[in-house]
Every structure is written in C-alpha cells, then in structure tokens.
Design a protein around this ligand. Structure first.
Ligand SMILES: [Zn+2]
Length: 295
C-alpha cells in the first residue's frame, strides 16, 4: 500500500524526456506535506499557498514561464497518479484557474482522500514522499534550504537512510584530487590542518536525473559557487567557459558578471577528467537560468 502511494507520485518528475524543468509541482507538494504534517491541514488554500510558494518558484523555478502557484495548484489534479483534489472552479480554455476567482474564493486543494488515508495509516509516508520529491527534483545542496522555506522537518533516520545509500564517497575524493583541491570557478583552496574545507565535489548532472558518480560529471566547487551552480546562477559551457545568468541583479550581480562571465574554469590535470559535454549541456538546459520567454 505504502509503495503504491509513493509510486503514484513518480509521474511528476521534474526532468522529463523533453528536458523541460518544471519544479512547480514538487514545490507545491512539499508545501502541502508541510501543512499536513505541522498543522494537520488536509487542505491548502490558494492565498496562503501563493504567499509561500510563489517566492520559492522564483528561487528554484525555471524562468521559461512566469512562476505562479496557480499552475501546479490546478494541474496536479490532471496527473495520472490521481493523488490531488481541487475544489470546483471555473476553468479557462487552457484548463487553468482564473487567478482572480481563486484569490477571491480562497480556493482549496489537497491530497486525494485515499492518499490522505494512507498518510493517516502510516505517517512516515509523509517524510518518505518528501525525500523522494527532493531527491528526484533538486540537487542535495538545496534540500535543507527548500525544507526550511516550506517549513517541513523530516525524521532524521528516514532522511539519512535514503540519501546515504546513494552517495559514493570515492566520487568526492576523485573529483577534488583531479582539480588540485581547488574551486574550478574561483581557485579557492583553503586548507585546515592540510585538508580542504568548504570545498565540494558537485555533480554537473544531478545524481537522481541519471548523472553518474564519475569525474567527468563532477566539478570541484567552493560552497558558495556550488550553491550558485545548483541554483542555476552559474553554468559552464562546452568550451569550459563560465556563464553567469542575466537574472542576477544589483551590485553583486554586476560584480559576478564582470568577474566571471566568459572566463575559463580551472581544468583538471588530465584531459580524461575534463567535464563531459553531455553533462554540461544538460546543466545548461535544465538548471541554468537563461533569458526568460516572459516574466
Ligand atoms: Zn569558488
């Protein structure tokens, strides 16, 4: 029964065959899980969801569409997993909500009754589903931030058990060594008692999207550049040049553009360890925040 329920959410993976990034559904589901776990709320309301989830969509979403919670709020109900319920409402010709009506009536939505029943019988399913959604849709460096922003606190045991089985510690050692234990973007190489600190082995193509634990799918990045890379503020093109998203604004946005855009990364010592073009292309297409179509 538990497995069945989790399987029904598999169809909403962010990285579809077409490569279109759509984190809207997982983010709204994580918010709904937090409401259920913290408040016992089996229904979420449109106005509250808009307040919390819209800013999340701006941080973690793609910029190909104007981010609004209205899309996942209604479209989850069309998912073939049939796990979502929404109150009766007026539909636009494209099947979307009338946002003005959703706000005025403070429309309700939530998990379907049989899914709620499964959560009542086995409350640990809430954590397991949350971990699946995070793991399949977002790089690990962003998990804690997303959980904090939706207000979801997970049981440590479940969280660690799922994440631990997927990590290969040799990946970190191999990537850091290949890059002379320095950040490929800024050359940061601080050592504490001889060991590198705040330096990570980042996956270029996410593990859960099929990115392997091998050096050509890795970059040694300092903690700051790792997070900016996973957020799509930075990417590396197949000529190994850094690209900075033009969505960053303000003084620091300009500084980032001036100091990094078009600059070469620090490459590994051996060319067989160089980042592979297929992974760089995946990152640029799925994670990098490129110029928007609208918004
Ligand atoms: Zn760095």
């Amino acid at each position: 029964m538990s497995e069945d329920v989790l399987d029904r959410f598999d169809s909403i993976r962010r990285f579809s065959r077409g490569g279109q990034a759509a984190p809207h559904k997982p983010l709204l589901l994580l918010y709904a899980l937090a409401q259920l776990k913290n408040e016992g709320a089996e229904r979420i309301t449109f106005n509250e969801a808009e307040k919390v989830v819209d800013p999340l969509l701006r941080t973690y979403g793609s910029f190909r569409k104007t981010p609004t919670v209205a899309h996942p709020f209604v479209r989850l109900a069309n998912d073939r997993g049939r796990f979502w319920w929404i109150e009766d409402h007026t539909k636009t010709p494209s099947g979307d909500l009338l946002i003005s009506e959703a706000r005025e009536r403070n429309l309700k939505a939530g998990f379907s009754e049989d899914v709620l029943q499964a959560f009542r019988e086995n409350p640990k399913l809430i954590d397991l589903l949350a971990i699946n959604l995070l793991d399949r849709n977002f790089p690990p460096s962003l998990h804690a931030d997303i959980l904090e922003r939706v207000g979801l606190h997970l049981g440590q045991d479940e969280f660690e058990a799922v994440l631990r089985r997927k990590r290969d510690p040799r990946f970190r050692v191999a990537v850091l060594s290949a890059y002379y234990e320095q950040c490929a973007i800024c050359r940061y190489d601080l050592r504490l008692n001889g060991a590198p600190v705040a330096l990570d082995a980042a996956h270029i193509k996410m593990h859960s999207a099929g990115g392997p634990d091998e050096v050509p799918n890795g970059l040694a990045l300092c903690s700051l550049h790792h997070k900016l890379f996973d957020l799509g503020v930075l990417t590396v093109d197949p000529k190994y040049e850094i690209l900075v998203s033009d969505h960053v604004v303000g003084e620091w946005g300009r500084r980032l553009q001036d100091s990094l855009h078009g600059k070469p990364i620090a490459l590994p010592r051996r060319d067989t360890d160089f980042p592979a073009e297929k992974y760089l292309t995946w990152h640029k297409r799925n994670i990098f925040k490129q110029a928007s179509v609208q918004s």
